[in-house]
Every structure is written in C-alpha cells, then in structure tokens.
Design a protein around this ligand. Sequence first.
Ligand code: FES
Length: 261
Amino acid sequence: MSHDMNLTLQVWRQKNAKAEGGFQTIKAQAISPDMSFLEMLDVVNEEIIKDGKDPIAFDHDCREGICGTCSMVINGRPHGPKERTTACQLHMRSFKDGDAIAIEPWRAKAFPVQKDLVVDRGAFDRIIAAGGFISAPTGTAQDANGLPIAKENADLAMDAAACIGCGACVAACPNASAMLFVSAKVSHLGLLPQGQPERFIRVRDMVAQMDAEEFGTCTNHGECEAACPKGISLENIARMNRDYLKGKLIERPAVAGGGGV
Ligand code: FES
C-alpha cells in the first residue's frame, strides 16, 4: 500500500544575485512520507533535469542537522513547521497529500541570494573571524583535570556550542538581527576558562563586525529562539549584553575623578 503524496511547490527561483526572482509552481509527484525535505527536492530536481531545465539550487552538506547549510524558509518558517528540526531532518510526513508548500531563501540584507534558495552567509564567517577564537599557548598539553570548570558553566557553554550557524535566527527576526548567533558564539567561549583572555575584546569585535555586516538590531521579539533548530536560548543575548557593557567600561580611558567599575 502506497502512501505517496503529490504536492504543489511554490519555489523561489532567481538566476543570480543581480537577477529579479519570483515564485515558480512545480509539481512534486509520488513523494514518500519517509523522505526528508531535501530528498523530496532531489526527486523534483531529477525530473527538472530530465526535462532539460535548470534544477532548483539549494545548499546542503551533512543532511543530519550538523552543518547548518540547508537554509530555506518553508511555508513562512525557517527550516519549516517542526520545532528544533533543520530542513534536512524534516520528513515529508509532516505534510499531507495535496498540500501546497512555499519554499524561499533566507531574507536578509546581510545574506544576499546567490541563486534560488542559496544565500551567501559569509557575513557569519567574518563575524567568527573577528573574535570567535581563543589564544592557545604552545607547549605540552595541560592535564585534562588541571582546569576545573563548574558544571553549570560547562553545561551552558555546551548548550551555546550547539549553534550550527544556519542563520535561521536572522531569517526569523523582523529586524534580521544576528544577536542570537553572535551571543551563542560569545557564550560558548566566554563561559569557559580558556575563553577568558579575549572575553571582552571578543564581544566588542564580533559586535562591531555584526554591525558592519548590516544585520539589524535586536528589539526582543524572540522569534530567533523559536526558530532555532538547536534551541539556543535568548539568555545568551542577555549574557552578551552584560559582557559588552563591561568591555566598554574597561575600555573607557581613565579620567581624573572617573569612577571605577
Ligand atoms: S544539511 Fe547540514 S544541517 Fe542540514
């Protein structure tokens, strides 16, 4: 007994970064509910290629929720209807036979569309390059338990490190803010002893790069947290703001009569 589905896709097609894009209606026939969303697109692309036409361009790599490249807005939601699920891990059983599905790229000034569903997320790489690292002294490796880390901090750092840099937070935010992403990267290093030497400079430099990339400002909508496939918490933003302020105070040049922190 077959439960295959027939669907109508409305897919954003755009030849290149300069071209004007638009939605194209494409039929997806005989789709198994056990396929992932990307496998469904593969099947659709095979048909398009058989017809001698240009297949739908979309990013993907790991197809197991790790790399963060499968960025697409499905029916108005980054990564689609399922919570904490990347597009590559979304199964077609989340849809019904006969459904119409709208598929669009991330929409943000800082993520220009390259082709169809593919956007350039190089802005994230440049933010990481601005401060998402620690200085590591050379020499023999330290004893594993020579650096005690409080369990609570270890857990929070691990939670923040779950960010896969997919950009769903930016795509979901009405301001296209990258605060959730940046704060996750800041937190996972700033909570650990190894991240302390650059802790405040890191925040300053990553935030400066974020602004230079023209991401919007955070006005606490919280859409980012809801859309994040890894459940990154808004608390990271609050933590980053505190570090940012401390960084600013530390930077402030000493003036006569100026109060200390
Ligand atoms: S393809 Fe890697 S997270 Fe989806």
